[in-house]
Design a binder for this molecule. Structure first.
Ligand code: ACM
Length: 770
C-alpha cells in the first residue's frame, strides 16, 4: 500500500530506476499519479483493464444512473471513448454500486480496478460521483484524445478532509451569463469542489430576480460604467442611454441549481446586508437613509446601508423567502462585511430606532439586524453564514462565520463553538494575480501564486481538536471588480482551484508541491479538452534581455515561476516543440533573430508560447509593469475603459500615488523619452485615503507629464502637456521629450500633475532613445 503522499515519489522512483520496475508497472504508476486532488490512499496491484468504445457502465441503483450517464458523457467529450450504459450487470465493465456502510460519509468511495473490470462502491451518490471523477482522471491520464486506454489495477479508498470545498463567484461587480456559471460548476465538480458561494448582490448590481420586488433587477441590475469612453447617447432602440449589467431570472437560477445538484455542488447564495446595498437602495430608496444613489460604477467600500425600519426587515425577509425557495442548501449568506456606519450615525431615523430597540450603538444595531435574520432563517430550516464582521456584535449561536480578515476571526469563532469557513485575504483571494508576467490580466499585482494556494493550511494553529472540528473547510474567492470577462474569471480560478481542491480534499500529511506539479501537465491537457482558458502563469517562460558581447548580440534569459518542466526554444522562426533544445540559464543571440519558447514536461506542453524578435530597443524600453512604483500604497493592474470593443490596454498603477521610477537609467548622453500613456477612470471609494491622493500642481487645463531625475522631490527636468492625449480615450504615444544629459545612471521619476483625481494617467511603456 502506498500512502497518497508517497505515490508520486514511488512513481518517480519507478520511472528513474528502470531496473526496479517493469514497463507495465511504470505506466501504471504514471497513470495512478494523475489524480487531483490526491486520494487518501492508493494501492497499485498487478494487471490492468482496458477501457474502449463499447465498454459498458452498469449502475446498480436507479439513483446511480445519472452519475453513470454523466461519466459516459464526460469520457466521450474529453477522451473520445464511447462507453455504453449497460441494462444488465456485466462483470467485465465498470460497475457503480451504492453500498450502505455504517457511519461512512456520503462523499466516501472505494475504487477497485482489476483485470476483470472496475467497481466503484460508495455509501451515497456523492461518493459514486467522486469515484467516477477519479476514474475519469485515470482514463485521461495518457493525455490522448481518442483510442482505447489501459488503466492500472489498483484500489483507491478515498474521502474528503473537509466538508466545505468552495469557490466564491462575485456576479455583482460583473455579470456572467448562465451558460458560464454552469461551465464553472462543471469544472468545480471535476476538482471535487462542492460549494459555489454565489455573491449575487452588491453596490454595483443586484443580480437575482425577486418576483415581489421587480425594481431590484429592473433598476438594480444595470449601471453606467465609469469612464469617458462609455456612450451617453440614447440607444435608438430604447431612447435611453445604454447601461451595462444583467441578472438571473428565477427560471435560470432553478436550472443552474439543478445542474449543480447533478454535480453535487451546493450553491450558497449571498444577499449582502446591511452594507454593500447601494444597488438595492438605488432600486427602492425607502430601504436606505435618504437619497436615491445610482447603481454604483465604483469599486471599494461604499457607505449606503439598509435602514433598520421594521418595513425594511420585512422587505429583506420577503427576499429571503424567495431565496430559500430557489436554493435548497442549508446555508444562506447574508454578507455583513464592511458596513461602515457613517450614514447610520447621521440618520435621525436610525438613531431613534437604536433608542427604540434599547441598543448601545450602531454596532449593536448590526448585531440586532443579524440576529433577527438568523431567527428568520432558522425558522425556515436554514442556517445563516456571514463574513467575520458579524462576530463584532454578538454572533447568534448557530451562525457560521466566513473568515476573510486573516485568521483571528476564525480562531475566535471556533473557540466559541461557531462553524467557520476559511477564506482569508490575500492568500485565498483570486483577484490577486498569480505572477508578475506582463501577460496577466487586470487584478491586484501582489502575487498569490499557485504554490501559495497549494501551501495553505485551513486549520489555524493553536486550536485544539474540538475547536478545529469547527473548521468546515476553505474556499477561494473570485471577486470580479477586475474580471470584466468570464474568461478572465477562468484564468484567475484555474489552476489555483486545483490547489485548493488538494488543500480541502486530501489528507494534510500528503501535501506535496512537487508531486502536485508533476500531475499538472495531464491536468492542463484535460483543461484544454474541456475548453478552459486556464492560467499557465506558473510555467510561462519570462524573457529578460541584457547587452551581449557585441553591439549585434543580446544576452537572453528565460525564467519561469515553478520548477517543473523545461523551457524549449527555437531561433529559426519555427514553432517550439517538446523536441526543441532545452534552454540552459542564458544564451547569446544576434539581434533580429526571432525567439520562440514554451515550457514542456516530456511531451506535454505546460505553457503557451512566448515569441519575440530580439531588438536592442528592448534594452532601453520598460513596460509599465516592469517600472518601480514610487510608493506602492494601493497598486492595481487596471484596464483602460477604451476602446469599448476589442482589446484594451492594462496598466499597473498606484491609485493613491500614480508615480513610476525607472531605476538607474543611463542619462550620460541625455536622450529622448517616448511614452505611451492612457487615462483610467478614478472609480474607487476609498474613504479617508482619498484625501492623500497626489494630484500635483497642474500648469495647464489637462495637466502635464513631469520628469524628474534622481528623486521624485527634485524640480522637473522636463514637462509635457497632456492636452492632445486627453482627447484620445485609449492609449496615446506622447511626442518625444528631450532629457538633458547628466553623467552616469540615475533614477528617472515619472508622474503626472493633473487638475483632478479623475482621470488617472498611467504609463503603458517608456523608451529612452538617442
Ligand atoms: C470581503 O472581502 N469584503 C469579504
Amino acid at each position: 500500500m502506498i500512502a497518497a503522499g508517497n505515490y508520486a515519489a514511488f512513481a518517480t522512483a519507478c520511472l528513474a530506476a528502470l531496473s526496479a520496475c517493469d514497463g507495465g508497472r511504470q505506466a501504471a504508476a504514471h497513470a495512478a499519479r494523475q489524480i487531483i486532488p490526491a486520494p487518501a490512499s492508493l494501492e497499485l496491484k498487478s494487471g490492468r483493464f482496458e477501457i474502449a468504445d463499447g465498454t459498458r457502465v452498469w449502475a446498480s441503483d436507479p439513483a446511480a444512473r445519472p452519475v453513470a450517464r454523466y461519466f459516459i458523457d464526460l469520457v466521450a467529450r474529453t477522451r473520445g471513448i464511447r462507453l455504453e450504459m449497460a441494462s444488465t450487470q456485466d462483470t467485465a465493465g465498470i460497475r457503480l454500486a451504492l453500498a450502505a456502510q455504517a457511519g461512512a460519509a456520503r462523499e466516501t468511495y472505494d475504487l477497485n480496478v482489476s483485470s476483470h473490470g472496475v467497481e466503484i462502491a460508495a455509501p451515497g451518490t456523492p461518493g459514486l460521483f467522486y469515484g467516477t471523477v477519479t476514474l475519469w482522471q485515470l482514463v485521461t491520464a495518457d493525455g490522448a484524445d481518442s483510442g482505447p486506454t489501459a488503466i492500472p489495477a489498483l484500489r483507491i479508498a478515498d474521502a474528503p478532509r473537509f466538508a466545505w470545498r468552495g469557490l466564491m463567484l462575485d456576479s455583482a461587480r460583473h455579470y456572467q451569463p448562465p451558460a458560464y456559471i454552469r461551465q464553472l460548476i462543471d469544472w468545480m465538480a471535476l476538482h471535487k469542489l462542492n460549494v459555489l458561494h454565489w455573491h449575487l448582490t452588491d453596490d454595483q448590481g443586484w443580480r437575482l430576480e425577486i418576483r415581489k420586488y421587480p425594481l431590484l433587477t429592473q433598476v438594480g441590475a444595470w449601471r453606467r460604467p465609469a469612464g469617458a469612453a462609455w456612450p451617453d447617447d440614447p440607444d435608438p432602440a430604447t431612447g435611453r442611454p445604454p447601461l451595462y449589467g444583467g441578472y438571473y431570472s428565477q427560471q435560470e437560477v432553478r436550472e443552474i441549481v439543478a445542474y449543480a445538484a447533478e454535480r453535487f455542488v451546493t450553491i450558497v447564495p449571498e444577499i449582502e446586508m446591511p452594507g454593500h446595498a447601494q444597488a438595492a437602495i438605488a432600486s427602492y430608496p425607502r430601504l436606505g437613509t435618504g437619497g436615491r444613489p445610482p447603481v454604483s460604477p465604483d469599486w471599494g467600500v461604499h457607505d449606503y446601508l439598509f435602514n433598520a425600519d421594521e418595513s425594511t426587515l420585512l422587505f429583506l425577509e420577503d427576499i429571503l423567502i424567495e431565496v430559500i425557495e430557489l436554493f435548497p442548501g442549508e446555508y444562506v449568506h447574508i454578507g455583513g462585511d464592511e458596513a461602515v456606519k457613517k450614514r447610520w450615525k447621521n440618520s435621525p431615523r436610525v438613531q431613534s430606532r437604536i433608542r427604540e430597540l434599547g441598543l448601545a450603538d450602531e454596532s449593536a444595531l448590526q448585531g440586532w439586524f443579524v440576529a433577527r435574520l438568523e431567527r428568520f432563517l432558522n425558522s425556515h430550516g436554514r442556517r445563516l453564514i456571514g463574513w467575520d464582521e458579524i462576530l463584532e456584535s454578538g454572533t447568534p449561536a448557530r451562525a457560521a462565520i466566513m473568515s476573510w480578515r486573516g485568521t483571528e476571526g476564525a480562531i475566535a469563532a471556533a473557540r466559541t463553538g461557531h462553524d467557520v469557513v476559511m477564506t482569508p485575504a490575500p492568500g485565498l483571494y483570486l483577484d490577486h494575480l498569480q505572477s508578475d508576467s506582463p501577460d496577466e490580466p487586470p487584478g491586484r499585482p501582489s502575487v498569490v501564486s499557485l504554490a501559495d494556494v497549494h501551501a495553505y493550511e485551513p486549520v489555524p494553529s493553536g486550536l485544539n481538536q474540538d475547536e478545529a472540528s469547527h473548521i468546515l473547510g476553505a474556499q477561494l474567492n473570485a471577486w470580479t471588480e477586475h474580471m470584466r470577462l468570464p474568461e478572465r474569471v477562468t484564468h484567475q480560478v484555474f489552476p489555483r482551484a486545483a490547489a485548493i481542491a488538494e488543500v480541502t480534499w486530501s489528507p494534510a500529511a500528503t501535501r506535496d508541491w512537487s508531486g502536485f506539479q508533476a500531475r499538472l501537465p495531464v491536468q492542463f491537457a484535460r483543461y484544454r479538452r474541456l475548453g478552459m482558458a486556464y492560467a499557465d502563469s506558473a510555467f510561462e517562460p519570462r524573457l529578460r534581455l541584457s547587452p551581449g558581447s557585441s553591439a549585434e548580440r543580446l544576452r537572453v534569459e528565460l525564467a519561469k515561476q515553478a520548477p517543473l518542466g523545461e523551457v524549449r526554444y527555437t531561433l529559426d522562426g519555427s514553432a517550439p516543440t517538446a523536441a526543441s533544445p532545452g534552454f540552459q540559464e542564458s544564451i547569446e543571440a544576434e539581434t533580429g533573430v526571432h525567439l520562440r519558447a514554451a515550457t514542456y514536461e516530456g511531451e506535454l506542453p505546460l505553457s503557451s508560447e512566448l515569441a519575440a524578435t530580439l531588438d536592442r530597443r528592448f534594452l532601453n524600453l520598460r513596460t509599465g509593469e516592469s517600472l518601480k512604483q514610487c510608493t506602492g500604497s494601493l497598486v492595481l493592474r487596471l484596464e483602460d475603459d477604451a476602446p469599448l470593443e476589442g482589446e484594451r490596454a492594462f496598466f499597473n498603477v498606484d491609485i493613491v500615488n500614480p508615480c513610476w521610477i525607472w531605476p538607474n537609467a543611463d542619462l550620460g548622453q541625455g536622450g529622448t523619452l517616448r511614452l505611451a500613456v492612457g487615462q483610467l477612470p478614478f472609480n474607487f471609494q476609498i474613504g479617508a485615503d482619498a484625501d492623500s491622493i497626489r494630484r500635483g500642481d497642474a500648469r495647464t487645463a489637462a495637466g502635464e507629464l513631469e520628469v524628474r531625475v534622481g528623486s521624485c522631490d527634485a524640480e522637473p527636468v522636463a514637462l509635457l502637456p497632456l492636452a492632445a492625449a486627453a482627447l484620445d480615450p485609449a492609449v496615446t504615444v506622447l511626442p518625444p521629450l528631450r532629457i538633458p544629459p547628466r553623467p552616469g545612471r540615475h533614477d528617472l521619476c515619472l508622474r503626472f500633475a493633473r487638475p483632478a483625481i479623475d482621470p488617472i494617467w498611467a504609463i503603458q511603456w517608456v523608451e529612452l532613445g538617442d
